[in-house]
Design a protein around this ligand. Structure first.
Ligand code: AMP
Length: 288
């Protein structure tokens, strides 16, 4: 593992120049797209890229088109120096941090819209979000042209929409999905956790506890999805000020609700604690 700060690149032209040499030497390229504010969850994608490929590229770009008008774009943390220091410790070779103008040049007017898997869950509460995500990810894939690109299971629906796009548009990169990285008490790592007060950070554990409850109920033989969802909601509502956007038990490929748990079922939830919107999910296995 190298401990050198990755080379910082701001333009597409410079990125292509660097990668031409890498590709010419027959080296495999891995891309981990991020919005910066790196933590162990996002860094795990870089580590996976470095483990599988010769050259790990990390993009750091807070993509305006995936934020709704009332979302936290303006206050989204931007911590480039700290990010570069963290990347040095996980073997990243190139950090690509373009400006908004470099990514969305004047007159940009083309968008990628994935169909039904982008509609439920986050699609209901964040209209236009996935259109912004898939557009920027396709652009990043075209800029970097990696052999493989790495995404987190934490954003399950996002990874599914990207897999759908890659299959439908015949993209050559392999799409890899890496497990959710959690704090030691189970809270899924997220840049938004830093908005929580210490007391709210404690209350936020109800997300993970409710997923664990669902897992326990399924292991005990409960297969009625609405009954499990009710128990999860009740547990979440024990946290003062928790506001549930959704608690859903869905087919992991279509994201359509299931009535009966049979085989693999995704439990997914979005909850606001102290006005910070947190999401999490886990896979339930009947008979597993
Ligand atoms: P973001 O910067 O929020 O776009 O996240 C960049 C990538 O890191 C996405 O593919 C996320 O799914 C992934 N990611 C974020 N948090 C975690 C986590 N706790 N564990 C694993 N991957 C994560």
């Amino acid at each position: 593992m190298s401990d050198t700060t990755p080379r910082l690149i701001a333009t597409i032209a410079q990125l292509r120049e660097e990668l031409r040499t890498v590709r010419g030497a027959g080296r495999k390229i891995g891309l981990a797209p991020t919005m910066g504010a790196l933590h162990e969850g996002r860094l795990s994608l870089v580590r996976a890229a470095k483990a599988e490929c010769d050259c790990a590229v990390v993009s750091i770009f807070v993509n305006p088109s995936q934020f709704g008008p009332n979302e936290d774009l303006a206050k989204y943390p931007r911590t480039l120096d700290a990010d570069l220091a963290l990347l040095a410790g996980c073997g990243a070779d190139l950090a690509f941090a373009p400006s908004n103008e470099e990514v969305y040049r004047a007159g940009h007017d083309t968008w990628v819209e994935v169909g039904s898997v982008a509609e439920p869950l986050e699609g209901v509460f964040r209209p236009g979000h996935f259109r912004g995500v898939t557009t920027v990810v396709l652009k990043l894939l075209n800029m970097v042209q990696p052999d493989a690109a790495y995404f987190g299971q934490k954003d399950y629906q996002q990874a599914l929409a990207i897999r759908r796009m890659a299959a439908d548009l015949d993209l050559p990169a392999a799409i890899r999905v890496c497990p959710t990285v959690r704090e030691s008490d189970g809270l899924a790592m997220s840049s938004r956790n830093r908005y929580l007060s210490a007391a709210a950070r404690q209350r936020a554990l109800v997300l993970w506890k409710s997923l664990q409850l669902a897992d326990k109920l399924v292991r005990q033989g409960e297969c009625c999805a609405p009954a499990i969802a009710t128990r999860m909601r009740e547990l979440i509502e024990t946290a003062e000020d928790a506001r549930i956007d959704y608690v859903a038990l869905v087919d992991p490929e279509t994201l359509q609700p299931v009535e009966t748990i049979a085989g693999r079922t995704l439990a997914a939830l979005a909850v606001r604690i102290e006005n910070t919107r947190l999401i999490d999910n886990c896979m339930l296995m009947a008979g597993g």
